[in-house]
Ligand binder design. Sequence first.
Ligand code: ATP
Ligand code: MG
Length: 260
Amino acid sequence: MAKVFCIANQKGGVGKTTTAVNLAAGLAMSNYRVLLIDLDPQGNATMGSGIEKHSIEFSVYQVLVGLCSAKQAIVSAENAGFDIIPANRELAGAEVELVEFEGRELKLRQAVDEVCGSYDFVLIDCPPALSLLTLNALCCAHGVVIPMQCEYYALEGLSDLVNTIRQVCKNLNPNLTIIGLLRVMFDPRMTLSQQVSEQLEKHFADKVFKTIIPRNVRLAEAPSYGVPGVLFDKRSKGAQAYLSFATEMAGRVGLAAAAA
Ligand code: ATP
Ligand code: MG
């Protein structure tokens, strides 16, 4: 039965999708069976996994509103080595349509329950908002991975996210935990990066992943080729860091020995 993790941070452009796609590919390279769910109408995880978001038959939108099963919506991202439930702009409508549904925050959980027997990891790439879509992800996950840039404002939004996770844990999903904070787009030359990084370690201690993802242009180039950074240029510093992170993540969630 798969362990389910969402990659969440309501701030935009902090590296959620890059983390989701590269973690998925890194775990797949270690022989784990991975399903990535793109839960963002921008469809960046879909495109970054090599799937053309405009020509998909079913997306996570149809799954959430009950127009198809999760199984029907799964496509193989062959270049990337994992399966994906893709997304595109249609998903923006789900937010409005789901308001009418009873148990609207549990739609994704029902979908994931249907397919999680076939995977070791299910990863969910969240949109940049504490919206009903993100709530659906939090309700079906065992844990949350929070990518953060080490900037002054990064800490500001964190308490809102942590409070939301606490609320979900209390009322809707008692299993939910924060797996860890991941420092991304790190620039060691910046004193501020160092300071914020130290502050995170001080406040969150073991909840901060040891791996630090550097700012690396190869990671930013990879999506335009429809290939995860860890496969696009495996030797780049960014790819190496995401591969280390995948190993750390598997160890942290106790699946390290499970893969062949
Ligand atoms: P959104 O909130 O819009 O969904 P996001 O949090 O998913 O954004 P990404 O799309 O992963 O963030 O990253 C934002 C931009 O930064 C992208 O152009 C991406 O290619 C680039 N980027 C992400 N991580 C790195 C990195 N480590 N080094 C260099 N560029 C990066
Ligand atoms: Mg994104």
